[in-house]
Design a protein around this ligand. Sequence first.
Ligand code: GDP
Ligand code: MG
Length: 166
Amino acid sequence: KSGFVSIIGRPNVGKSTFLNRVIGQKIAIMSDKPQTTRNKIQGVYTENDSQIIFIDTPGIHKPKHKLGDFMMKVAQNTLKEVDLVLFMINAVEGYGRGDEFIIERLKETKTPVFLVVNKIDEVHPDELFPLIDHYKSLFPFKQIIPISALQGNNVGTLLDLIKEFL
Ligand code: GDP
Ligand code: MG
């Protein structure tokens, strides 16, 4: 099994933390390099007969100027090209306006999307249900997986679900 997966979500939801845990080395540094828009591979996860290639989608946020507009088109094309999108949210902060914009972009593509609810180590499990119900009402996610990228809870399960899906 192999395929291309993109992780999107508002700043600080834990995308880099997740990637660092999965890939096992500090690769998010790549995002700081100027050529990052061309060099879209953030990391490759390889195990036995499966390979997941994580692709960066810089600039999924409301464009403020012309360059932002161009970046959005690049990001939108990336979303169409990958096999799966992981939309990561923050269980502590909950629903935010940035999410609304991302969900609109997701609706413009046919690519399947998993909802990844991160930072579950910081909330009571009861708080997760209303949050998940709210997101479910906004988009038909193929899977919904609560994780802690920091502590590792459910990260293995998420990887298994991705591999199954590809
Ligand atoms: P990004 O902007 O989406 O790449 O987010 P980062 O990976 O840089 O994480 C932002 C902050 O959230 C950092 O301080 C992380 O240590 C913290 N963080 C990430 N994942 C978790 C998690 O599962 N639990 C908790 N408690 N903090 C997390
Ligand atoms: Mg980051």
